[in-house]
Structure formats: structure tokens, C-alpha cells
Design a protein around this ligand. Structure first.
Ligand code: NAD
Ligand code: AHE
Ligand code: ZN
Ligand code: ZN
Length: 369
């Protein structure tokens, strides 16, 4: 079938909105009509050419919501008409990783997913007779996409697509980093670096668990009001701190953060986040994604003296199990999404959404089909 898609033909070039061809679902696959998709910084990161796994031409997008149109042979858990959120971290419930209960990183289809392929090693998308690659197993920058059954969370039918698409990455990543990864508890002091689409959801998660002090750090002063809206208690702009930012944060938190979070992808910030964690017990969680060749460093003494460095993907969430619950939290008013969706655009203007993000003008831009 013909579908409308924003195609990343080359790294560093704008997306091209055009018509591509999509084959129907094969064994274990599902055809989904995408109704809305958010634009996450990770899409921009891959488009920029910094992603070691970035392949072109591809259809990016991993923060979508839509409706099942057709299921391939062997699909048992979904049927046409079901509402779904595609999962870049699937949940097969059978692989060693799923069965370990120690991680959400299901590995059942990770190798082909990283190559931009469906689990059988081929692509369903093509343009002028040549394959176009999938991205993160989701490719939500198209009005129809094919996704493995194990990478779809079935959600309630009354949830608005243009809001809950954000649960496909940003909301779940931020709140999950607090609840699943850090396991932060009431009364904790926390520092959050980067108050964008992810960082604000970390703040919202910290407020949910009853954090005492929530310090937000961003180079953009406009983010102060955003942070305060979701529970941030203190704001620091590193450009306005004379002297060492780490020492400043340790003093502000009276000894260091119980939990710190990097939501910038900047490796210097990651080090600051680790080093502002409390001696003896502070835990720092890396959420941001850093470009090819970049590495983190610190003095081993920082870890010897009790700080812990962790990372999280998709907020440690097991998507088919946890995403429907997060949709319920939203529908029940327990978490906020609407104010963070600052822009809604048609597919034809998707490149404007990337510009808004790069200029710090949006929290989340959503494309509706
Ligand atoms: P965003 O562009 O919306 O927000 C980034 C924020 O960081 C902005 O407010 C920016 O002003 C701020 N910032 C940039 N450099 C900074 C610095 N040196 N110090 C302080 N603040 C700084 O991006 P986003 O969508 O929120 O994504 C944030 C990061 O998280 C990206 O690296 C993205 O790839 C990553 N991410 C990771 C996961 C995961 O599962 N681990 C999921 C989603 C996104
Ligand atoms: N492909 C990159 C890393 C990109 C990355 O870390 N992706 C996160 C999700 S970011 C969502 O916005 C993730 O889930 N990672 C775990 C995984 O298995 O991909 C690289 O550096 O190679
Ligand atoms: Zn994302
Ligand atoms: Zn699995």
C-alpha cells in the first residue's frame, strides 16, 4: 500500500515527506495506522548522524499511538480495531532478559531492530523499488507502519492519541527513571539536569513519589517556569553560577543529591550529575544519549566513596505491562501530559518540529495524521 512518510534519506539533511510503499504484516507482525507521533531528541540525534546505529534511508519516529488495521499469521494478542502504542523496547516475556526480572531490555528482536529490519531480516518499507529501513522497530513518522506483536502495548480506546503517544517514550522514560530505575522514595533530594521533554517527566515522577527537594539545572532560563509547573523546587542555570557547579549543587542539597539524573546527553553534564550525588549513597542515572565516540569519565574515588552510576532505557519499563497502566494514570489525572505538548503539527511540517526542539522553543511537538 501507499503510505505518507517523512523519510530520512541522509544524515544531517531534513526529512522528506513523500509517498512510500508498505508491505502487509508477515508472521508475528501487525499493521498499525499511526494517528499521532511525538518527536523526541533521540530522533534528532539519529538524524544528525551521531548515532553509531543510525542507518539511512530510514523512517524515524518512536513515540507513536494508533490503531491495529491487520494482523499477520500467528498474532494472538491483538486484533483490528485495538488501540496501541509501539514499543522500541519490546516485551516478549520469553527471552532470558524478560525472564530474569532484572531488566526491561528484552533482546528477542534487538539485533534485527538495530539493523533497521523486521525480525525476519527484511524491511516492509520501500521507495522507488528500493528498501527503506525501519527505526527502533517502530517507524512512527508514517501514517501506517508494521510492528512486531511483541512491540505493541494494547491501550484503552478512550485515550486521546495526540496525548498518549508521548507515553511511547518521554513520559515513560522520565517517570520510569524515577520509579523503576532510581526507586526514589518520599523525602529524597534530587537534581535533574536538562529540563526538556524527558527532564520535566523526571520532575513529575519525583513529585509523584514525594521528593523533598527537586533541583532543576538548565542553560535555558525559560525552563525555570516549566520545571516549577511540575514540582521543581529550585532552579540553577550553570551559566550564572560563579565557580564550580558541582560544589554549588552539593551545598544547595546540603551534602549532595540522593538521586541525580542526566537528561541532556552531554558527557560533561553526566560527570557533574555523578559528582553532585551524595557521598556514601547518592545514585546518578544517565538517561541522555551521547554521540558516537563520546565517553564518560570520573575519578574512581567518586565511586569508591559510595556514589553509584546507572543508566536507564525507556525508564526501565516493561512496555506491554507498564504502558497501559501509565495511560490509566494519565486518564485518571494522576500525571500530566497536555501542558507539555506545546506544538501540534501536520506531517508536512515535521522539520519545523525539529527546529523548535533545537531552539529550545518546544517541550514536545506532536505530529498528527
Ligand atoms: P530536549 O531537547 O527536549 O531537552 C534537553 C534539555 O537539556 C533542554 O532543555 C536543554 O536546554 C538542556 N541542556 C542541553 N545542554 C545542557 C547542559 N549542558 N546543561 C544543562 N542543560 C542542558 O531533549 P529530550 O527529548 O528531553 O531528550 C533528552 C535526552 O534524553 C536526549 O539525549 C535523548 O536522546 C535522551 N533520551 C533517552 C531515553 C532513554 O531511554 N535513555 C529516552 C528518551 C530520550
Ligand atoms: N543506538 C545508540 C543508543 C541509542 C539509545 O541509547 N537508545 C535508547 C532509547 S532512546 C529513546 O529516546 C535505548 O533504548 N537504548 C537501549 C537499546 O537497546 O537500544 C547507540 O549509541 O548505539
Ligand atoms: Zn525517545
Ligand atoms: Zn524478551
Amino acid at each position: 500500500m501507499d503510505v505518507r512518510a517523512a523519510v530520512a534519506f541522509e544524515a544531517g539533511k531534513p526529512l522528506e515527506v513523500t509517498t512510500v510503499q508498505l508491505e502487509g504484516p508477515r508472521e508475528g507482525e501487525v499493521l498499525v495506522e499511526i494517528k499521532a507521533t511525538g518527536i523526541c531528541h533521540t530522533d534528532a540525534f539519529t538524524l544528525s548522524g551521531s548515532d553509531p546505529e543510525g542507518l539511512f534511508p530510514a523512517i524515524l519516529g518512536h513515540e507513536g499511538a494508533g490503531v491495529v488495521v491487520e494482523v499477520g499469521p500467528g498474532v494472538t494478542t491483538l486484533k483490528p480495531g485495538d488501540h496501541v502504542i509501539p514499543l522500541y523496547t519490546p516485551e516478549c516475556r520469553q527471552c532470558d532478559y524478560c525472564l530474569s526480572r532484572k531488566t526491561n531490555l528484552c533482546q528477542k528482536i534487538r539485533i534485527t531492530q538495530g539493523r533497521g529490519q523486521m525480525p525476519d531480516g527484511t524491511s516492509r518499507f520501500s521507495y522507488k523499488g528500493k528498501p527503506v529501513l525501519h527505526y527502533m522497530g517502530t517507524s512512527t513518522f508514517a501514517n501506517y507502519t508494521v510492528v512486531p506483536e511483541i512491540a505493541l502495548a494494547k491501550i484503552r480506546t478512550d485515550a486521546p492519541f495526540d496525548k498518549v503517544c508521548y507515553i511511547g517514550c518521554g513520559v515513560t522514560t522520565g517517570i520510569g527513571a524515577v520509579i523503576n530505575t532510581a526507586k526514589a522514595t518520599a523525602g529524597c533530594n534530587a537534581v535533574v539536569f536538562g529540563l526538556g521533554g524527558i527532564g520535566l517527566n523526571v520532575i513529575q515522577g519525583l513529585q509523584l513519589v514525594g521528593a523533598n527537594m527537586i533541583v532543576g539545572v538548565d542553560l535555558n532560563d525559560d525552563k525555570e517556569a516549566w520545571g516549577r509547573q511540575f514540582g521543581m523546587t529550585h532552579f540553577v542555570n550553570p551559566k550564572k553560577v560563579s565557580g564550580d557547579i558541582v560544589a554549588h549543587l552539593v551545598e544547595l542539597t546540603k551534602g549532595g543529591a540522593d538521586y541525580s539524573f542526566d537528561c541532556t546527553g552531554n558527557t560533561t553534564v553526566m560527570r557533574q550529575a555523578l559528582e553532585c550525588a551524595h557521598k556514601g549513597w547518592g545514585e546518578s542515572v544517565i538517561i541522555g544519549v551521547a554521540g558516537a565516540g563520546q565517553e564518560i569519565s570520573t575519578r574512581p574515588f567518586q565511586l569508591v566513596t559510595g556514589r553509584v552510576w546507572r543508566g536507564t532505557a525507556f525508564g526501565g519499563a516493561r512496555g506491554r505491562t507498564d504502558v497501559p497502566k501509565i495511560v490509566d494514570w494519565y486518564m485518571d489525572g494522576k500525571i500530566q501530559i497536555d501542558p507539555m505538548i506545546t506544538h501540534v503539527l501536520p506531517l508536512e511540517q515535521i522539520n519545523d518540529a525539529f527546529d523548535l526542539m533545537h531552539h529550545g522553543k518546544s517541550i514536545r511537538a506532536v505530529v498528527t495524521f
